[in-house]
Design a protein. Structure first.
Length: 302
């Protein structure tokens, strides 16, 4: 099959308007999950714990796979697995080295459990595949309601603890000296991270969850260091990736949502990085001009 034929079969956009109307609830849920992912990713980057996202996602995968095996709600199983992993990491990993060790142990254990449960499951192969690549367009109204409730819970918690959590994330030693309950905030954050991972798994699957929980903030920090603009940009990027990925995937009958979500997220990061580098060069040039004017020295040409 030639490349033009591949792309011709990739997108059809048949009955596109009807599909968009039919999946309006899924799009709303994806937008809300994008808001959650964008905000959580700010703290993931501030705390420098992208490894934790992957560790939690593996146990979330195991929880979802076990729920699928016993005929229970997959979303609930994913949430339970994520919360268990988050508690283990948050309570047991007081130091970064301990945290990384715990995550390194949890990842293969969670993945091994998930593979075992999926091997024992004799139902539809599409259900197994959906855990890996996301299945938000196939979930039931009840599951969407669960996602929305959990997402709102995460947003409420973040709104309450935002300032002390950001303080403890950027400088935990000073925060502890100022009387901020750093350990308690760490556990609270890990629980919200666990919920965010479980929710994001429904959009992009367990394998690509980093696209919603790391990339948005990583892209935002290329454009700004402002404590206001970084979260705003991160949310915009995450919502664009999640909703945009679904809208594009509706026109493709053969490709799941997650590749489109991750591709959009990656392109946003690349563009932001290029823009950020150009801004830095412009800033250095202006500083050189200012220094040259102050000392009356010739300005070096590149």
């Amino acid at each position: 099959m030639s490349v033009p034929e591949i792309f011709a079969n990739l997108f059809t956009f048949e009955d596109y308007g009807e599909l968009v109307a039919l999946l309006a609830n899924s799009l709303i849920a994806a937008a809300l999950l994008g808001v959650v992912g964008g905000l959580i990713s700010v703290f993931v980057m501030a705390r420098d714990i992208p490894f934790a996202v992957h560790g939690v996602s593996e146990l979330s995968f195991a929880g979802a796979a076990f729920a699928l095996l016993i005929g229970f709600d997959v979303v609930t199983g994913s949430i339970v697995g994520s919360i268990v992993a988050a508690l283990i990491i948050g309570i047991g990993g007081a130091k970064d080295s301990e945290k990384n060790a715990i995550i390194g142990v949890l990842m293969p254990f969670g993945l091994g459990l998930a593979i075992l449960f999926l091997a024992l499951y004799d139902g539809r192969a599409a259900s197994k595949f959906g855990l890996l690549t996301g299945q938000i367009v196939a979930i039931t109204p009840g599951q969407i309601l669960t996602l929305i409730i959990c997402a709102l819970a995460v947003l409420v918690v973040l709104a309450i603890v935002w300032r002390p959590l950001m303080f403890s994330s950027l400088d935990p030693e000073v925060a502890r000296a100022k009387g901020v309950p750093v350990s308690a905030l760490t556990i609270i954050f890990m629980l919200t991270l666990g919920l965010a991972v479980a929710l994001s798994v429904q959009v992009v699957g367990v394998l690509l969850v980093l696209a919603l929980l790391i990339t948005p903030a990583a892209a935002a920090t290329q454009l700004s260091a402002s404590p206001v603009w970084v979260p705003v940009l991160s949310v915009i990027f995450a919502v664009t990736a999640s909703v945009g990925g679904i809208l594009i995937a509706l026109g493709s009958p053969v490709v799941p949502i997650s590749p489109f979500v991750t591709t959009i997220s990656f392109l946003i990061y690349v563009i932001c990085r290029l823009v950020g580098r150009r801004r830095m060069k412009s800033l250095h040039r202006r500083r050189a001009h200012r220094a040259a004017e102050e000392h009356n020295t010739p300005i070096p040409t590149p």
